[in-house]
Design a protein around this ligand. Structure first.
Ligand code: PEP
Ligand code: MG
Length: 324
């Protein structure tokens, strides 16, 4: 099978209907980067930067981070890398930060909330990214954006740091795109201005699902209780897809579900054009998407929804079993 996938490496995930889905990989360590060539990923759709902060016993220095991010961009050889700014909270405690005692850390002081309340670390990280990118495109996204105003404020921090670097005479990135992760249901209902302002939206399905179904992703008793292909969740994804389409905002999905075959098929059929997943999933997902007609798959999903099923999984799996 591995060999079959490697023969697909240079080929697009083009389905029988002609639709091409862009497959990206998730990463977080330098050691992940060789997979960029091996897997055939078109880029890194999610680079989780917190790992670099978690493996140390003191706050990394700006120069150290800049060197590391530059190495990531070098390894990507011009492919896009979406750097997700620090997503820590009181569940992922940095050994050198004062622990917060919170009853519900996943819904607590985490991610961009920390970044906006204590902007020192966020600013330092952005400076490191800007310096690493010098003369190259830079793509940054903020985790756990919950409302429009948070995105405006976070984006302003990027713009201020760019101005500051330029004023100091440092080289700046060739282009900068600033995006938001959609991980809380509220953001799907943000004012249109949010979708107009953001350069892209990436659905963090792991968090989004946990908040949509009110089911803790860390709790073994409930984490698999609700199906991603539950009609309620699909309708919600439809809404996000439609809002992004209306404003011409590029949309991707980077939670674990993007790397699961039936889920990836459903997402692509509903109109998600970019999926970001662990590198090992890219071959299998590409092989699957290449052998199906997404328009037909979408009609199967529509029919299962109209028939009033709770989940479209059985219908889609039956259809898939009949495909050549
Ligand atoms: C997500 O929530 O789906 C996501 C991609 O981010 P993380 O898993 O790091 O929270
Ligand atoms: Mg998340």
């Amino acid at each position: 099978a591995q060999q079959r996938y490697s023969s697909l490496r240079g080929l697009p995930a083009q389905s029988k209907c002609g639709t091409v889905t862009s497959l990206m990989m998730n990463a977080g360590l330098m050691a992940d980067l060789p997979s960029l060539d091996g897997s055939g990923a078109e880029g890194v759709g999610l680079f989780r930067t917190e790992l670099q902060f978690l493996v140390r016993n003191k706050m990394p220095q700006r120069a150290e981070l800049a060197a590391l991010y530059a190495r990531v961009m070098d390894a990507a050889k011009g492919k896009r890398v979406a750097f997700r700014t620090l997503d820590i909270g009181s569940d992922k405690v940095l050994p050198y930060m004062k622990p917060q005692d919170e009853p519900n850390p996943a819904m607590g002081w985490r991610a961009i909330r920390v970044g906006l309340d204590k902007p020192g670390v966020l600013r330092m990280q952005l400076q490191a990214l800007i310096r690493a990118a010098k003369g190259r495109p830079l793509s940054v996204m903020f985790p756990f954006i919950t409302e429009y105003g948070e995105f405006v404020t976070a984006r302003d921090v990027v713009m201020a740091e760019l101005d500051r670097e330029a004023a100091m005479g440092h080289p700046v990135p060739e282009t900068v795109e600033v995006g938001a992760m959609l991980e809380t249901p509220s953001l799907a209902y943000a004012p249109k201005a949010f979708f107009d302002l953001t350069d892209f939206v990436s659905i963090g399905g792991n968090d989004l699902k946990q908040f949509f179904f009110a089911a803790d992703r860390e709790n073994e008793r409930v984490r698999r209780r609700y199906d991603t292909l539950n009609v309620s969740f699909l309708r919600f994804l439809d809404h996000i897809i439609a809002r992004c389409a209306a404003s011409g905002t590029p949309l991707s999905f980077c939670g674990e579900d993007a790397g699961r075959p039936v889920e990836a098929l459903a997402f692509a059929a509903r109109g998600l054009r970019t999926l970001s997943m662990r590198p090992a999933s890219i071959g299998p997902i590409k092989a699957l998407l290449r052998r199906v007609d997404l328009a037909e798959a979408n009609a199967v999903i529509d029919r299962a929804m109209a028939e009033g099923h709770e989940t479209i999984r059985p219908a889609l799996m039956d259809w898939l079993a009949d495909q050549p």
